[in-house]
Design a protein around this ligand. Structure first.
Ligand SMILES: Cc1cc2nc3c(=O)[nH]c(=O)nc-3n(C[C@H](O)[C@H](O)[C@H](O)COP(=O)(O)OP(=O)(O)OC[C@H]3O[C@@H](n4cnc5c(N)ncnc54)[C@H](O)[C@@H]3O)c2cc1C
Length: 257
Protein backbone atom coordinates (compact mmCIF):
# COMPACT_ATOMS: atom_id res chain seq x y z
CA UNK A 1 0.00 0.00 0.00
CA UNK A 2 1.26 3.50 -0.88
CA UNK A 3 2.14 5.71 2.10
CA UNK A 4 -0.60 8.23 1.21
CA UNK A 5 -3.25 5.46 1.06
CA UNK A 6 -2.08 4.11 4.40
CA UNK A 7 -2.53 7.58 5.93
CA UNK A 8 -6.09 7.80 4.58
CA UNK A 9 -6.95 4.34 5.95
CA UNK A 10 -5.47 5.25 9.32
CA UNK A 11 -7.40 8.55 9.44
CA UNK A 12 -10.63 6.72 8.58
CA UNK A 13 -9.98 4.11 11.27
CA UNK A 14 -9.46 6.88 13.86
CA UNK A 15 -12.65 8.68 12.76
CA UNK A 16 -14.61 5.41 12.94
CA UNK A 17 -13.32 4.75 16.48
CA UNK A 18 -14.08 8.31 17.57
CA UNK A 19 -17.60 8.21 16.06
CA UNK A 20 -18.26 4.83 17.71
CA UNK A 21 -17.67 6.42 21.14
CA UNK A 22 -20.14 9.30 20.58
CA UNK A 23 -23.75 9.33 21.86
CA UNK A 24 -26.36 7.98 19.40
CA UNK A 25 -29.72 9.22 18.14
CA UNK A 26 -32.29 6.89 16.58
CA UNK A 27 -34.33 7.60 13.50
CA UNK A 28 -37.98 7.71 14.55
CA UNK A 29 -39.65 9.35 11.55
CA UNK A 30 -38.96 10.01 7.90
CA UNK A 31 -41.07 11.92 5.40
CA UNK A 32 -40.08 12.04 1.74
CA UNK A 33 -40.80 15.47 0.28
CA UNK A 34 -39.32 14.89 -3.19
CA UNK A 35 -36.85 12.37 -4.59
CA UNK A 36 -33.97 14.24 -2.98
CA UNK A 37 -35.50 15.97 0.04
CA UNK A 38 -36.51 14.37 3.33
CA UNK A 39 -37.64 15.46 6.77
CA UNK A 40 -36.34 13.24 9.52
CA UNK A 41 -36.85 13.10 13.27
CA UNK A 42 -34.20 11.73 15.59
CA UNK A 43 -34.56 10.67 19.18
CA UNK A 44 -31.29 11.43 21.00
CA UNK A 45 -30.35 8.80 23.56
CA UNK A 46 -28.77 11.45 25.82
CA UNK A 47 -30.21 14.92 26.56
CA UNK A 48 -29.33 17.33 23.77
CA UNK A 49 -29.51 21.09 24.37
CA UNK A 50 -29.35 23.73 21.68
CA UNK A 51 -30.35 27.29 20.88
CA UNK A 52 -32.75 27.94 17.98
CA UNK A 53 -30.61 28.43 14.85
CA UNK A 54 -27.79 26.10 15.90
CA UNK A 55 -26.72 22.90 14.16
CA UNK A 56 -25.95 19.36 15.26
CA UNK A 57 -23.17 17.11 13.97
CA UNK A 58 -24.26 13.65 12.88
CA UNK A 59 -22.16 10.71 11.83
CA UNK A 60 -22.24 7.24 10.30
CA UNK A 61 -19.26 4.91 9.88
CA UNK A 62 -16.29 7.29 9.47
CA UNK A 63 -18.13 10.43 8.25
CA UNK A 64 -19.66 13.38 10.09
CA UNK A 65 -21.63 16.34 8.74
CA UNK A 66 -23.40 19.41 10.14
CA UNK A 67 -27.21 19.81 10.04
CA UNK A 68 -29.17 22.89 11.09
CA UNK A 69 -31.94 21.94 13.48
CA UNK A 70 -35.54 22.57 12.40
CA UNK A 71 -37.16 21.72 15.71
CA UNK A 72 -37.27 24.12 18.64
CA UNK A 73 -35.57 23.29 21.95
CA UNK A 74 -38.91 22.54 23.65
CA UNK A 75 -39.65 19.69 21.19
CA UNK A 76 -38.64 16.19 22.31
CA UNK A 77 -37.13 15.08 19.00
CA UNK A 78 -34.55 16.64 16.70
CA UNK A 79 -36.09 17.43 13.34
CA UNK A 80 -33.94 17.95 10.24
CA UNK A 81 -34.54 18.85 6.59
CA UNK A 82 -31.97 17.07 4.43
CA UNK A 83 -31.10 17.25 0.75
CA UNK A 84 -29.51 14.26 -0.97
CA UNK A 85 -26.16 14.87 -2.65
CA UNK A 86 -26.12 11.77 -4.88
CA UNK A 87 -23.14 9.46 -5.30
CA UNK A 88 -20.35 9.83 -6.24
CA UNK A 89 -20.21 13.37 -4.73
CA UNK A 90 -22.28 12.81 -1.60
CA UNK A 91 -20.91 10.73 1.26
CA UNK A 92 -23.17 10.91 4.31
CA UNK A 93 -26.48 11.74 2.61
CA UNK A 94 -26.61 8.55 0.47
CA UNK A 95 -26.10 6.62 3.74
CA UNK A 96 -28.86 8.62 5.47
CA UNK A 97 -31.19 7.74 2.57
CA UNK A 98 -30.63 4.03 3.32
CA UNK A 99 -31.44 4.31 7.04
CA UNK A 100 -34.48 2.50 8.40
CA UNK A 101 -36.66 3.51 11.34
CA UNK A 102 -34.83 2.43 14.50
CA UNK A 103 -31.34 2.78 12.97
CA UNK A 104 -28.99 5.10 14.82
CA UNK A 105 -26.47 7.82 13.97
CA UNK A 106 -23.82 9.38 16.14
CA UNK A 107 -24.52 12.85 17.47
CA UNK A 108 -21.90 15.14 18.96
CA UNK A 109 -23.03 16.01 22.48
CA UNK A 110 -22.92 19.77 21.93
CA UNK A 111 -24.83 21.82 19.37
CA UNK A 112 -22.77 24.47 17.58
CA UNK A 113 -23.13 27.72 15.73
CA UNK A 114 -23.76 31.42 16.24
CA UNK A 115 -26.49 31.73 13.59
CA UNK A 116 -29.06 32.65 16.22
CA UNK A 117 -31.58 35.44 16.56
CA UNK A 118 -30.17 38.82 17.54
CA UNK A 119 -33.02 40.03 19.73
CA UNK A 120 -31.64 43.57 19.85
CA UNK A 121 -33.08 44.12 16.36
CA UNK A 122 -36.83 44.59 16.05
CA UNK A 123 -37.09 43.22 12.51
CA UNK A 124 -35.51 40.13 10.98
CA UNK A 125 -35.15 39.46 7.26
CA UNK A 126 -34.45 35.74 6.81
CA UNK A 127 -33.36 34.50 3.39
CA UNK A 128 -33.13 30.76 2.61
CA UNK A 129 -32.57 28.36 -0.24
CA UNK A 130 -34.58 25.11 0.20
CA UNK A 131 -33.13 23.35 3.31
CA UNK A 132 -31.71 26.69 4.51
CA UNK A 133 -35.16 27.32 6.03
CA UNK A 134 -34.19 24.93 8.89
CA UNK A 135 -32.68 27.40 11.41
CA UNK A 136 -35.48 29.91 10.71
CA UNK A 137 -38.13 27.28 11.50
CA UNK A 138 -36.43 26.62 14.83
CA UNK A 139 -36.21 30.32 15.66
CA UNK A 140 -39.88 30.93 14.73
CA UNK A 141 -41.25 27.82 16.44
CA UNK A 142 -39.38 28.75 19.59
CA UNK A 143 -40.38 32.43 19.43
CA UNK A 144 -44.08 31.66 18.98
CA UNK A 145 -43.99 28.90 21.62
CA UNK A 146 -42.54 31.37 24.14
CA UNK A 147 -45.36 33.75 23.19
CA UNK A 148 -42.69 36.38 22.79
CA UNK A 149 -43.54 39.68 21.11
CA UNK A 150 -42.08 42.92 19.80
CA UNK A 151 -40.25 41.41 16.80
CA UNK A 152 -41.23 40.94 13.19
CA UNK A 153 -39.92 38.23 10.83
CA UNK A 154 -39.83 38.36 7.03
CA UNK A 155 -38.93 34.91 5.69
CA UNK A 156 -37.99 34.60 2.01
CA UNK A 157 -37.42 31.08 0.68
CA UNK A 158 -36.22 30.12 -2.78
CA UNK A 159 -36.40 26.78 -4.58
CA UNK A 160 -36.43 25.55 -8.16
CA UNK A 161 -39.85 23.90 -7.66
CA UNK A 162 -42.82 24.66 -5.41
CA UNK A 163 -42.95 21.07 -4.08
CA UNK A 164 -39.58 21.69 -2.39
CA UNK A 165 -41.14 24.09 0.15
CA UNK A 166 -41.52 21.42 2.83
CA UNK A 167 -42.60 23.92 5.51
CA UNK A 168 -44.85 26.09 3.37
CA UNK A 169 -48.05 25.03 5.11
CA UNK A 170 -46.60 25.60 8.57
CA UNK A 171 -45.12 28.95 7.54
CA UNK A 172 -48.42 30.06 6.01
CA UNK A 173 -50.28 29.02 9.18
CA UNK A 174 -47.85 31.06 11.29
CA UNK A 175 -48.24 34.03 8.95
CA UNK A 176 -52.03 33.91 9.03
CA UNK A 177 -52.21 33.33 12.81
CA UNK A 178 -49.68 36.12 13.54
CA UNK A 179 -49.75 38.53 10.58
CA UNK A 180 -48.21 41.20 12.80
CA UNK A 181 -45.21 38.91 13.43
CA UNK A 182 -44.57 36.62 10.43
CA UNK A 183 -44.42 37.29 6.69
CA UNK A 184 -43.54 34.38 4.36
CA UNK A 185 -42.54 34.76 0.70
CA UNK A 186 -41.72 31.54 -1.18
CA UNK A 187 -40.33 32.05 -4.69
CA UNK A 188 -39.62 29.57 -7.50
CA UNK A 189 -36.69 30.07 -9.86
CA UNK A 190 -38.10 27.93 -12.72
CA UNK A 191 -41.69 29.20 -12.95
CA UNK A 192 -42.21 28.10 -16.56
CA UNK A 193 -41.45 24.43 -16.03
CA UNK A 194 -44.33 21.93 -16.02
CA UNK A 195 -43.56 20.91 -12.43
CA UNK A 196 -44.42 24.46 -11.35
CA UNK A 197 -47.73 24.57 -13.28
CA UNK A 198 -50.34 26.49 -11.29
CA UNK A 199 -47.77 28.36 -9.19
CA UNK A 200 -49.08 31.86 -8.55
CA UNK A 201 -46.50 33.01 -6.00
CA UNK A 202 -43.28 34.96 -6.44
CA UNK A 203 -40.92 34.13 -9.31
CA UNK A 204 -37.16 34.31 -9.55
CA UNK A 205 -34.23 33.34 -7.38
CA UNK A 206 -34.62 34.39 -3.76
CA UNK A 207 -31.56 36.66 -3.96
CA UNK A 208 -33.07 38.48 -6.92
CA UNK A 209 -36.23 39.45 -4.98
CA UNK A 210 -34.47 40.53 -1.81
CA UNK A 211 -34.13 44.25 -2.63
CA UNK A 212 -37.72 44.50 -3.81
CA UNK A 213 -38.83 42.91 -0.50
CA UNK A 214 -36.67 45.33 1.50
CA UNK A 215 -38.48 48.21 -0.25
CA UNK A 216 -41.95 46.62 -0.06
CA UNK A 217 -41.65 45.97 3.70
CA UNK A 218 -39.92 49.30 4.36
CA UNK A 219 -36.95 47.63 6.06
CA UNK A 220 -34.05 49.75 7.23
CA UNK A 221 -30.59 48.74 8.48
CA UNK A 222 -31.24 50.62 11.73
CA UNK A 223 -33.72 48.09 13.04
CA UNK A 224 -33.36 45.07 10.71
CA UNK A 225 -30.93 42.15 10.95
CA UNK A 226 -30.52 40.06 7.78
CA UNK A 227 -29.83 36.31 7.93
CA UNK A 228 -28.91 34.25 4.84
CA UNK A 229 -28.73 30.46 4.95
CA UNK A 230 -28.02 27.66 2.50
CA UNK A 231 -26.51 28.01 -0.98
CA UNK A 232 -23.18 29.94 -0.83
CA UNK A 233 -23.92 31.68 -4.16
CA UNK A 234 -27.21 33.04 -2.81
CA UNK A 235 -25.47 34.28 0.35
CA UNK A 236 -22.73 36.06 -1.63
CA UNK A 237 -25.31 37.77 -3.82
CA UNK A 238 -27.52 38.85 -0.91
CA UNK A 239 -24.46 40.36 0.76
CA UNK A 240 -23.46 42.16 -2.43
CA UNK A 241 -26.95 43.62 -2.74
CA UNK A 242 -27.53 44.56 0.91
CA UNK A 243 -24.06 45.46 2.24
CA UNK A 244 -23.94 48.73 0.28
CA UNK A 245 -27.33 49.67 1.74
CA UNK A 246 -25.82 49.38 5.23
CA UNK A 247 -27.51 46.12 6.31
CA UNK A 248 -25.67 43.70 8.55
CA UNK A 249 -25.93 40.18 7.04
CA UNK A 250 -25.35 37.07 9.17
CA UNK A 251 -24.66 33.91 7.19
CA UNK A 252 -24.74 30.12 7.42
CA UNK A 253 -23.15 28.52 4.36
CA UNK A 254 -24.02 24.86 3.85
CA UNK A 255 -21.04 24.19 1.60
CA UNK A 256 -18.06 25.89 -0.03
CA UNK A 257 -18.23 26.93 -3.66
C1 LIG B 1 -23.51 24.70 9.47
C2 LIG B 1 -24.07 23.76 8.41
C3 LIG B 1 -25.39 23.38 8.46
C4 LIG B 1 -25.91 22.53 7.48
N1 LIG B 1 -27.23 22.21 7.52
C5 LIG B 1 -27.77 21.42 6.55
C6 LIG B 1 -29.17 21.10 6.56
O1 LIG B 1 -29.95 21.53 7.43
N2 LIG B 1 -29.63 20.28 5.55
C7 LIG B 1 -28.80 19.79 4.57
O2 LIG B 1 -29.29 19.05 3.70
N3 LIG B 1 -27.49 20.08 4.55
C8 LIG B 1 -26.95 20.86 5.52
N4 LIG B 1 -25.60 21.14 5.51
C9 LIG B 1 -24.75 20.43 4.53
C10 LIG B 1 -24.33 19.07 5.13
O3 LIG B 1 -23.40 19.28 6.19
C11 LIG B 1 -23.67 18.16 4.09
O4 LIG B 1 -22.60 18.80 3.47
C12 LIG B 1 -24.66 17.68 3.04
O5 LIG B 1 -25.75 16.98 3.66
C13 LIG B 1 -24.00 16.72 2.03
O6 LIG B 1 -23.35 15.70 2.74
P1 LIG B 1 -22.59 14.54 1.96
O7 LIG B 1 -21.65 13.90 2.94
O8 LIG B 1 -23.56 13.64 1.29
O9 LIG B 1 -21.77 15.30 0.85
P2 LIG B 1 -20.50 16.25 1.11
O10 LIG B 1 -19.26 15.38 1.12
O11 LIG B 1 -20.73 17.08 2.33
O12 LIG B 1 -20.55 17.16 -0.12
C14 LIG B 1 -20.26 16.68 -1.42
C15 LIG B 1 -20.22 17.84 -2.39
O13 LIG B 1 -21.52 18.43 -2.53
C16 LIG B 1 -21.51 19.83 -2.14
N5 LIG B 1 -22.78 20.02 -1.41
C17 LIG B 1 -23.04 19.81 -0.10
N6 LIG B 1 -24.35 20.04 0.17
C18 LIG B 1 -24.91 20.38 -1.00
C19 LIG B 1 -26.23 20.74 -1.39
N7 LIG B 1 -27.26 20.81 -0.50
N8 LIG B 1 -26.47 21.03 -2.69
C20 LIG B 1 -25.47 20.99 -3.59
N9 LIG B 1 -24.18 20.67 -3.29
C21 LIG B 1 -23.91 20.36 -2.01
C22 LIG B 1 -20.24 19.99 -1.31
O14 LIG B 1 -19.67 21.26 -1.49
C23 LIG B 1 -19.31 18.96 -1.90
O15 LIG B 1 -18.68 19.45 -3.05
C24 LIG B 1 -25.07 22.01 6.47
C25 LIG B 1 -23.71 22.37 6.44
C26 LIG B 1 -23.22 23.25 7.38
C27 LIG B 1 -21.76 23.63 7.32
Amino acid sequence: MEQADAKVVERERRMRDMIARLPRASLVERKDITEDLILIKLDPQAPFDFKPGQYCTLGLESVERAYSIVSAPHEPQIELFVELVPLPDGVLTPMIWDLKIGDTMSIRPRAKGIFTMDESYRRHLMVATVTGIAPFMSILRSYLHREAGGHRFYVLQGASYHDEFAYREEMEEMASARPDTVVYVPTVSRPNEERNAGWTGARGRVNSIVEECVDRFGLSPDDTMVYACGHPGMIEDVKERLDPKGFHVMEERYWKQ
